[in-house]
Write a protein that binds this ligand. Sequence first.
Ligand code: HEM
Ligand SMILES: CC(C)=CCC/C(C)=C/CC/C(C)=C/COP(=O)(O)OP(=O)(O)O
Length: 318
Amino acid sequence: MMKVTLTGEADTLTSVASAVAAPRAHAPSRFADYLELTKPRIAVMALFTVGAGYLLAAGGAAEWRVLLNTLLGAGLVAAGGSALNQLFERRIDARMRRTLKRPLPAGRISPEEAAAFGAGLAGAGLAYLAATVSLPATVAAALTFVAYVFVYTPMKTKTAWNTVVGAVPGALPPVIGWFAAQGWNGGLGWKGALAVFAILFLWQIPHFLAIAWMYRADYSAGGLKMLPGCDPSGKRTAFVMVVTAASLLPLAFLVPLAGLGGWLFAAGAIVFGALFLRRTIEFARDRTDRKARRVLHSSLFYLPAVFAFLMLDALLVK
Ligand code: HEM
Ligand SMILES: CC(C)=CCC/C(C)=C/CC/C(C)=C/COP(=O)(O)OP(=O)(O)O
């Protein structure tokens, strides 16, 4: 488990970060700093998949109150998890250009404040889910939180396999929504939950390898072990990206076989999957940061598009 020392570090981190960081025109407000601790853009996308999981599992029996309670509870847990992730990584973040201006390494928020904020949000989120949604949804959220904060986060300095492990909590948010709607079983049960998990799990590998390639120097400077760090030519990174993006294509047929979605989803998953795969192949041919960024952009387009098609199919066509 990780050793966390909370005292007397804000000043040291401030001086490290401010030595490298370009001066800001205006210091961010306290609100903006706390918001940054929650990684809001990732949280919004994750909540989109929570909502999709709920609506797919609930079908015609969807209740807006349960959906909103699930989103609120899961949102608090995700926000708390991100704050604790940044707390544990503050010294690493201070050594990386992409992250050194974050509130903790820059010394704008103290480790004690981040610890209280993160633990408070996550605890409140879990309690809220337990009180207003269900035990299965609470257990799924707790598992996601523990896997993200206490398994994946410390693994980042140990082995490049951390990405595969991080993809587990990354793929669990729609399962939280699924369990909120169906409990441990009922309807499509585990098969449907597994189908949404599989899409998100595979999607994350090219999504993150593109980022890991663009920031490979940064990750090495921070002491984080990522595949591009031990693959200077990028050939292995590109190979894994292409294979995982290609393996999303059969899901266009396998997910409907699990009882989720139909022809509309299959068509969407093939079209958007082919576009995503094309970007990874372009990267494999020309392993530049520019091509990696295009993979990242197409990943951020693919995911909402495919989940939207899955929901359209399940809610409108069937
Ligand atoms: C192994 C799992 C994952 C890792 C390691 C990872 C890592 C990252 C990193 C480092 C960035 C910042 C890129 C930059 O600064 O240019 C990013 C961006 C993003 N990620 Fe992921 N991610 C993962 C999974 C997910 C999941 C599950 C979601 C949501 C469903 C997600 C949604 C996003 C979004 C929306 C962005 C763009 C917004 C932003 O830069 O904050 N990611 N990801
Ligand atoms: C309910 C709940 C806890 C939900 C959260 C699940 C979730 C969306 C996890 C994201 C997965 C992930 C590894 C993201 C960012 O990596 P990173 O943290 O390594 O990114 P960084 O390099 O920017 O710190």
